[in-house]
Ligand binder design. Structure first.
Ligand SMILES: [Cu+2]
Length: 117
């Protein structure tokens, strides 16, 4: 009956691992920012830039609504810090305005004031 024991052991292990993951997930929070993104390149800039931010698990920009959804670990970062990170990439986040120097460095097509769009 060695194989049955092994099977049971695996089941318990998987169960514990899943439980542990679920517990860890409790620190996970989600925040949404309305950004000043205008194109696909902005999407890439924001998603990549946020991915490198400490505590960020996932960042997704909806190209239609320009809403950036960030999943993050609340023990490592906060919504305020993430908003600031978006500003430092050159974009507005809700009412928090883009850092001027970062905005200046954006490609012309990514500037919200550019009349092209
Ligand atoms: Cu752009």
């Amino acid at each position: 009956m060695k194989s049955l024991k092994t099977l049971l052991f695996s089941l318990v292990f998987v169960g514990l691992a899943t439980f542990g993951f679920a517990q860890g997930g409790k620190k996970g929070e989600e925040v949404k920012f309305k950004t000043s993104a205008v194109c696909g390149m902005c999407k890439a800039t924001l998603e990549k830039g946020l991915a490198y931010e400490k505590g960020v698990e996932k960042a997704t920009l909806d190209e239609n609504t320009k809403v950036l959804t960030v999943q993050f670990n609340s023990t490592k970062t906060s919504a305020d810090k993430l908003r600031k990170a978006v500003n430092d990439l050159g974009y507005d986040a809700d009412d928090s305005k883009a850092t001027p120097r970062a905005y200046d460095r954006l490609d012309a097509c990514c500037k919200k004031d550019n009349g092209v769009h």
